[in-house]
Design a protein around this ligand. Structure first.
Ligand SMILES: [Zn+2]
Length: 174
């Protein structure tokens, strides 16, 4: 992620980061493309809110792209945190890591990547950063909250069997 975006997210969710990272770089380094900004913003909003409201101790250790998917490593947290993180990692497959447009998870240029059609065809430089991700982040957080309230007590088991919850319509990639 470019440093500007690293710094914005680091400042917005400062209490979620391990101190040594912030001391070393002055900000947390997100080791993934800027297309996942909105997804990360929405995810960290939910994690921070849960931490504040329920006194859950949580520190993000590393956030990176691995095998084309978002990976979030953390210390502490609770079942809610785990589910929110699982969902973000799952959803990242469908969001272009470079520009944030709807994308797909496929092999391109020899690597597994989450890319929109445009970015899967060529190695195009990412779009200039804009602030649409802030809107995407809050919309995403709202959507996750709505899903959790829909499944209520089953929400925590939802991630283990999304295919069952949605009548077999989802693919899983274990
Ligand atoms: Zn794209």
């Amino acid at each position: 992620m470019n440093e500007f975006n690293d710094q914005i997210l680091s400042a917005k969710y400062a209490e979620l980061f391990v101190d040594q990272h912030v001391l070393k770089f002055d900000f947390f380094e997100f080791e993934c493309g800027d297309g996942w900004l909105g997804l990360l913003d929405g995810t960290m909003f939910l994690i921070k809110k849960n931490s504040e409201e329920n006194g859950v101790r949580i520190k993000l250790v590393q956030v990176k792209e691995k095998f084309g998917r978002l990976r979030i490593y953390f210390q502490g947290g609770d079942e809610y945190t785990r589910t929110v993180v699982d969902m973000a990692e799952f959803v990242s497959e469908e969001i272009c890591e470079l520009c944030g447009s709807p994308g797909d998870y496929h092999k391109a240029h020899g690597w597994l990547q989450a890319r929109c059609i445009e970015h899967s065809l060529e190695t195009i430089s990412p779009q200039k950063p804009d602030f649409a991700w802030q809107k995407h982040g809050s919309l995403y957080a709202e959507a996750v909250k709505a899903i959790f309230s829909m499944f209520k007590q089953h929400s925590m088991s939802w991630m283990q069997s999304p295919a069952l919850a949605f009548g077999g319509g989802f693919h899983t990639s274990c």
